[in-house]
Ligand binder design. Structure first.
Ligand code: BGP
Length: 493
């Protein structure tokens, strides 16, 4: 019986985000966030990524004028705000070493530009990290995870407005100071590259509010502001709490050429550069020439400042964090080829892989390929901060959930991660599954796309008891976590 060995401080855990779990959308003076404007729209095909994420000023107005909770999935989440002690206890019993969560900016500064912070919000997160510490669970904290204050969208130009950099910096410093005795690992922005694919969720940008402007240029300007803001967080931590580690996080989908046609290989390399550009900037400290040339070709002009570029150069990230769910193929000519979905993108169907109900292809070897790609590109510690399977789960009358498919997904992906550590020289801080308990899907705002080890009894329309039930996968991960640094290979059979 052989074993996989990992460092004895390897952070095995789970990941979540405020807007997908907390609920309590107006509790204790919390302000309205952009996530409170998102609802599940059953008439839209959840596989049509572009449509499912469409947002405009009319929809925002509808949300602002609708005080109800039910229709807007991220207003109720899974009510973690009131269940967090019970949930953390359950996760501690499963044996996790790390818990990733995000700070709801509008719990701390309800409008984003408030002069003073909301102590109720700060105290909620202080209680949360104290609860984690009780069970020796390491917090991994994302500062911004798709839920910026709506006030900054409606009264400023969201992240297009340079002032938002200082509002964010004030929010970040306030939280870092308040949680300084409990939190070492920080991620300033979730999937900082995602602004290209969903500018509203990532940066509060609504196209119809930028009439007459080149919206792509607006996106790149907003992205620059987020890079500057991220470097300000790194600078603050470096100077004030040098033990803290701040990561750059990207959405890592492995991209394959559909076949060995060199034009398809070239396309796959270029497609990955569209994501690497973001981690390049945050890890290497400058805008790569290939991105600047591309922007010039598109006649896109970013207004850089000397100060901003210096910050980006001098304060680069300590580790490379990424989410991984699936891979896609790419081809110059897709005529007649089957299209598949992936996380916030789509691609050509890979005949060697299975597909989830949401069209994402399951590719365990892809996570290992991504690890090697990122290790060779950056030679920095890495951190898998999201990996999981969104699937339809069924709660039986005995209160059980037989999610064999999720155990298989995790078995195969974790085995590739362990092989990569063992054979590819990869240096990994930890591995966090996406979903601790079931939570609201970021892209489709559904509950039925379940990711957790704990089933939460609430449906796509907010109906249910919110009761938690352990799935079969809870017990599988628990077994792995019993010997987390010398893992029995039999677990992966
Ligand atoms: C990532 C987000 C997570 C999570 C995940 C799963 O991009 O960082 O918040 O939502 O995607 O995607 P979805 O929830 O759309 O199924």
């Amino acid at each position: 019986m052989n074993k996989y060995h990992v460092k004895n401080n390897f952070l095995w855990g789970v990941a979540t985000s405020a807007s997908q779990i907390e609920g309590a959308w107006q509790e204790d003076r919390k302000g309205m966030s952009i996530a409170d404007c998102l609802r599940y729209r059953p008439k839209i095909d959840v596989k049509d990524y572009k449509k499912v994420n469409k947002i405009d000023s009319r929809e925002i107005e509808r949300a602002v004028n609708d005080p109800s909770t039910q229709k807007w999935a991220k207003r109720y989440g899974v009510d973690f705000y009131h269940h967090y002690k019970e949930d953390i206890k359950e996760l501690a019993e499963m044996g996790i070493k790390a818990f990733r969560f995000s700070i709801s900016w509008t719990r701390i500064f309800p409008n984003g530009d408030d002069l003073t912070p909301n102590k109720n919000g700060l105290d909620f997160y202080l209680d949360l990290v104290k609860e984690l510490k009780k069970y020796h669970i390491e917090p991994v904290v994302t500062l911004s995870h798709y839920d910026m204050p709506l006030h900054l969208v409606l009264n400023y130009d969201a992240w297009y407005e340079p002032k938002v950099i200082s509002f964010y910096e004030k929010f970040a410093i306030q939280v870092i100071d308040y949680l300084k005795d409990y939190v070492t690992y920080w991620i300033p922005f979730n999937e900082i590259d995602s602004i290209i694919r969903h500018p509203f969720a990532s940066a509060g940008l609504v196209e119809d509010r930028f009439q007459g402007k080149n919206f792509e240029e607006v996106i790149y300007q907003a992205m620059y502001h987020q890079f500057v803001a991220s470097s300000k967080v790194i600078k603050y931590c470096r100077q004030t709490y040098p033990h803290m580690k701040v990561g750059s996080m990207i959405t890592k989908t492995t991209v394959y050429p559909y076949n060995s046609n060199p034009r398809n290989v070239l396309k796959s390399l270029k497609q990955m550069r569209e994501v690497y550009a973001f981690s390049d900037i945050q890890i290497r400290g400058f805008y790569p020439k290939y991105l600047l040339d591309e922007l010039n070709r598109k006649d896109i002009h970013i207004h850089f400042t000397e100060k901003g570029l210096k910050l980006i150069q001098n304060y680069t990230a300590d580790f490379v964090a990424f989410s991984y769910y699936s891979s896609v193929c790419t081809a110059v000519d897709t005529a007649g080829l089957k299209i598949t979905q992936a996380n916030t993108t789509s691609g050509v169907y890979n005949d060697f892989l299975e597909q989830t109900e949401w069209g994402w292809q399951i590719d365990p070897v892809g996570i290992r390929i991504s690890l090697i790609e990122l290790a060779d590109r950056y030679n920095k510690p890495m951190f898998i901060v999201e990996n999981g399977l969104g699937a339809v789960d069924e709660l039986t009358s005995q209160g059980e959930i037989h999610d064999r498919y999720r155990i298989n997904y995790l078995k195969k992906h974790i085995e590739q991660v362990l092989l990569s550590i063992q054979e590819d020289g990869v240096e990994l801080i930890g591995y966090l599954t996406w979903g601790a308990m079931d939570l609201v899907s970021a892209s489709t705002n559904q509950m039925s796309k379940r990711y957790g080890f704990l089933y939460v009894d609430v449906d796509d329309f907010g109906k249910g008891t919110f009761k938690r039930y352990r799935k079969d996968s809870y017990y599988w991960y628990q077994k792995l976590l019993q010997n987390p640094y010398e893992i029995d290979s039999a677990l992966f059979e």
